[in-house]
Design a protein around this ligand. Structure first.
Ligand code: FES
Ligand code: FES
Length: 164
């Protein structure tokens, strides 16, 4: 019989309490226990980035953490990035720029880019490419993804400074 532990955390703004096996990954907890299947599993050992979620605002690999390690913390998944009514600005930009094909990488890519845009704001193309270098996409060639992130960075960049 596997050991279990009571887990309390906040997921996409809602408090959640479950008893989980101590060896269950955060990714499996989100997908299997909470039915948040927008978080994808590819490599399951920290390489592809498909399982990326926000933990307290930082983009992390949910396949590399145990669910019990996030007890008491706050997790945001792709389902938490938009309301039922409206996509986020970044999701709109992905749609506009054709930044996805099969979509397998897209949730992780959006989460990584969301954290990047919040922390780094406006960046050049090289900065965007470096930011998403840990998220693998087999379909798009990355151009649309980079353009979508740059679009949002520019939308939210401060307008020209008074000194100029
Ligand atoms: S499934 Fe987690 S990094 Fe690939
Ligand atoms: S859209 Fe298919 S893996 Fe990125």
């Amino acid at each position: 019989m596997s050991d279990t532990r009571r887990l309390r955390l906040k997921v996409n703004g809602a408090f959640v309490e479950r008893t989980v096996p101590v060896r269950q990954t955060l990714a499996d907890f989100l997908r299997d226990d909470l039915a948040l299947t927008g978080t994808h599993l590819g490599c399951e050992h920290g390489v592809c980035g498909a399982c990326t979620v926000l933990l307290g605002g930082d983009a992390i690999r949910s396949c590399l953490l145990l669910a019990v390690q996030v007890d008491g913390q706050e997790v945001t998944t792709i389902e938490g990035l938009s309301s039922s009514e409206r996509l986020s600005a970044l999701q709109e930009a992905f749609h506009r720029e054709h930044a996805l094909q099969c979509g397998f990488c897209t949730a992780g890519m959006l989460i990584t880019a969301t954290a990047f845009l919040r922390d780094a704001g406006g960046q050049d193309e090289a900065g965007v490419r470096e930011a998403i270098s840990g998220n693998l996409c087999r379909c798009t060639g990355y151009s649309g993804i980079v353009q979508a992130i740059l679009d949002v960075a520019r939308q939210h960049a401060p307008s020209a400074t008074a000194a100029d």
